[in-house]
Design a protein around this ligand. Structure first.
Ligand SMILES: Nc1ncnc2c1ncn2[C@@H]1O[C@H](COP(=O)(O)OP(=O)(O)OP(=O)(O)O)[C@@H](O)[C@H]1O
Length: 321
């Protein structure tokens, strides 16, 4: 199935040109393994054109959710829609979906390039000479120099790169990457960041899971946070960070005195960024400054604190733990 040929459904077709469209949607999704509830009643939309970062501690259900989206794991309950397709029709969306998920895939005794040629041969949209697209994909993920090495001699990072190359053999409308930077060195991490930016610029939707909050903050437009199978929050990254922003940062050389003075004034604070951070509390900015000045603390600057994903994530997951 080529891009744009999906039959319309009751929802809008998932194209990047339609801002309300979703590339993937799950409703009431649940998965249990025996007594373990891996995913518990999750509703999630992945907007078309978004780069959505799925975050969550180990075992929170990220991989299970991704596998259910891709039809690799059968949900215990709930529905999955991919590029406007669902139910028995879900598989017809898969040629438009590139995926990097852990699992068997490549032949250990073949070179990376020969493995990719095999993957390319299975791509319905590639015909004729497969070497062009294969070499382009190897180049794109920085694997051209190691292309003729046997797969079993690849490092974890090289294996990740090859998996990414396979996901990118043909243009995709949705690319799903489970821990794409796992095992990659800083250069590999930068390559993934570049590839994700290129995909986004081309209008593709990207769903990636990661433990690297700074990476997610750098490349993602949206985030979803899972904790023990439950979706804690999902939405546009900037909106979530703006909502989380609060408190003040006071630039001062007298950090210890400032913390003490603020504690006595009823505004707990902590050491941060060249001074102290004062989380939102009972005191407003003028009262905080007055308390510091009264205590003889030199106040160089006071500004509102910009939230970072790391803090948002810590607060969400610790609150819920
Ligand atoms: N095939 C399986 N059989 C039994 N339990 C499973 C299976 N797959 C996942 N689980 C369990 O489901 C829960 C969610 O696991 P999952 O791998 O989806 O989490 P994750 O967020 O991807 O974790 P990580 O960040 O460590 O990769 C865990 O408790 C895990 O042990």
């Amino acid at each position: 199935m080529t891009a744009g040929t999906s039959a319309p459904t009751d929802q809008q077709p998932a194209t990047a040109s339609s801002p309300d469209a979703v590339a993937a949607r799950v409703r009431g999704l649940r998965k249990t393994f025996g007594d373990t509830v891996a995913i518990d009643d999750v509703d999630l939309d992945v907007p078309a054109g978004a780069v959505l970062g799925m975050l969550g501690p180990n075992g929170s259900g990220k991989t299970t959710l991704i596998r259910m989206l891709l039809g690799l794991t059968r949900p215990t309950a709930g529905t999955v829609e991919l590029l406007g397709r669902s139910g028995n029709d879900l598989a017809s969306a898969l040629p438009d979906v590139g995926a990097l998920v852990e699992g068997p895939g490549f032949h250990p005794f073949l070179s990376g390039r020969d493995n990719l040629l095999r993957s390319a041969a299975a791509e319905p949209r590639l015909g004729g000479d497969l070497r062009g697209p294969v070499d382009a994909a190897l180049e794109r993920v920085g694997l051209a120099d190691a292309a003729r090495k046997r797969y079993r001699a690849y490092s974890l990072g090289m294996k990740q790169r090859l998996g990414l190359a396979a996901a990118l053999l043909v243009p995709r409308r949705l690319v799903v990457l489970d821990e794409p930077t796992n095992g990659l060195d800083p250069a590999g991490t930068r390559d993934v960041r570049r590839v994700v930016a290129e995909l986004r610029a081309s209008g593709a939707t990207v769903l990636l899971s990661s433990h690297l909050l700074a990476e997610v903050e750098a490349v993602c437009s949206h985030v979803a946070v899972l904790q023990t199978g439950t979706l804690l929050v999902a939405g546009e990254l900037q909106t979530l960070l703006d909502a989380d922003t609060g408190g003040l940062v006071v630039s001062t050389p007298d950090v210890d005195d400032a913390i003490l003075a603020l504690r006595e004034a009823g505004a707990p604070s902590y050491r941060a960024e060249g001074g102290v951070a004062v989380p939102p509390g009972p005191l407003e900015a003028p009262e905080i400054v007055a308390a510091l000045v009264a205590a003889g603390v030199a106040v160089w600057e006071v500004h509102r604190r910009r939230a970072h994903l790391e803090e948002l994530f810590a607060r969400l997951t610790e609150e819920d733990a």
